[in-house]
Write a protein that binds this ligand. Structure first.
Ligand SMILES: Nc1ncnc2c1ncn2[C@@H]1O[C@H](COP(=O)(O)OP(=O)(O)OP(=O)(O)O)[C@@H](O)[C@H]1O
Ligand SMILES: [Mg+2]
Length: 427
């Protein structure tokens, strides 16, 4: 019929018709080839095209998984039965924005299908990175276990998701509880928390440690204690400074709190540490000054109350202005632990501890030095005394730090401190 139409068309020649046929046939073949490359197109590739398709996928894999080693020839067809993946996050972020590394999976079966579909045929082993390409483009997951050791993902591969231990303060030098001098009450409570993290079942449903408040003068070891707990617990630990939980827009702050606890609950048992709690937990009579924190405080109250939802989550708040805290918030903490200024023997121990960690040799009468600084906190001892002693010695080319140098420095710092306390307006 087509031929009849073309023949009836005035001035049309047979060889032009042949050209049109060739063109249409080539177009159809090329379309078929493209369709075979679409996932789920349902067309089985013919043998001649398989090798080309495989080669492309493997090359793509090598690029996208970053450190995946190239499979040896014999391994090419080995499929993995099971992989365990953990979220790592994005490779980069805009300065000033939060880094999200936690992922919450609502439906494990669905996630299995979602993940297997997009990573099907990828060659993987332990350490390989897999990048999401649908919901959170370029969000990275890392493989932490594979069965058997390495091979390709197939639709039958069981993909197990695991939020791994997360210690926000992990980049800071690891500390242990014995690095915290004094503060025995806090240590006792932290040991209870450690026990709980090791075996929550011992505590039953209603008797687990839940909300604890550290308070006391600045520089007495509240944050240090939380870091030590995190390090020793080797459990999931979220440390946030309260100021980072205040949002820019209405609703942001409350969402940050909700997200934090949702993630924490999904990774229970774990500890949430909120430092500088007064920044968001202000007494309501002050909140009109900081309208932006009301929603954060309210959201936090709800989370601290969320017995069922937050099973296995211990919250530790820290502040040096406990009297400014909203009474409703304060009442949510089962125990308030006061961090006192160090005693003479604590100060002696601290000087001894830090003297052992300095790069210079020290020959010090610890007790004598401690007796000269009776109002100094742990932070003062580390940052003012030890650091300045080291700086003084380095600048004057001395290899040994002595008691005389320490006493001279203390005298100098105390004089300076007194001078700065003189009110210039009184002149
Ligand atoms: N009890 C302590 N034992 C040993 N070192 C301490 C102690 N207290 C403080 N320090 C030293 O001082 C530093 C600062 O302490 P830290 O940040 O824990 O104080 P803080 O109580 O959280 O203060 P702030 O209320 O200002 O946040 C610590 O990193 C540590 O080097
Ligand atoms: Mg602190």
């Amino acid at each position: 019929m087509l031929i009849r139409i073309f023949f009836s068309y005035d001035g049309f020649y047979i060889h032009e018709l042949c050209l049109i046929f060739c063109f249409l046939t080539c177009g159809a073949l090329s379309l078929k080839k493209q369709m075979k490359k679409l996932p789920g197109a349902g067309i089985v590739p013919d043998e001649s095209e398989v090798s080309e398709q495989k080669f492309t996928t493997e090359n793509e894999n090598k690029e996208s998984v970053g450190n995946a080693p190239a499979p040896a020839d014999g391994e090419k067809e080995m499929l993995v039965d099971e992989i365990v993946i953990t979220p790592v996050g994005y490779a980069m972020r805009m300065a000033g924005t939060d880094q999200a590394t936690g992922i919450i999976i609502d439906n494990m079966d669905l996630f299995q299908k979602y993940a297997a579909e997009q990573w099907n045929t990828m060659f993987v082993d332990v350490g390989t990175y897999l990048f999401d390409s649908y919901l959170f483009p370029d969000f990275a997951f890392q493989i932490i276990a594979v069965k058997p050791a390495a091979g390709k993902i197939s639709p039958e591969t069981k993909i197990i998701f695991k939020n791994r231990n997360t210690t926000v303060l992990s980049k800071i030098t690891p500390v242990v509880m014995s690095d915290v001098i004094g503060q025995e009450e806090a240590k006792r409570k932290c040991r209870i928390i450690l026990k709980y993290l090791e075996d929550p079942s011992v505590f039953g449903l209603e008797w687990a440690p839940r909300n604890i408040l550290f308070h006391g003068p600045p520089g007495t070891g509240k944050t240090l204690m939380a870091r030590a707990l995190a390090n020793e617990a080797k459990a999931n630990f979220f440390a946030r400074n309260a100021t980072t939980l205040i949002g820019v827009h209405v609703g942001d702050g409350a969402k940050k709190i909700n997200d934090l606890y949702e993630l924490a609950s999904s990774m229970a048992p774990c500890v949430v540490f909120i430092d500088e709690l007064d920044a968001i937990g202000l007494n309501r009579s002050f909140q009109h000054v900081r309208g932006d924190v009301i929603e954060v405080a309210t959201a936090l109250l709800a989370e601290l109350d969320g017995m069922e939802a937050n099973k296995g989550v211990v919250s530790i708040g820290a502040t040096n202005q406990v009297e400014l805290l909203d009474p409703a918030l304060r009442s949510r903490f089962e125990e308030e632990i006061y961090f006192n200024a160090p005693t003479a023997s604590d100060r002696t121990e601290m000087i001894k501890l830090y003297a052992g960690k300095t790069p210079l040799k020290m020959k010090l009468d610890f007790q004598l030095i401690a007796s000269k600084i009776d109002t100094w906190t742990g932070r003062d001892i580390k940052e003012k005394l030890m650091k300045n002693m080291i700086h003084d010695a380095i600048i004057s080319g001395k290899k040994l730090v002595t008691t005389e140098m320490a006493l001279e420095l203390i005298g100098r710092l105390q004089k300076k401190d007194q001078a700065s306390r003189v009110n210039p307006l009184s002149f």
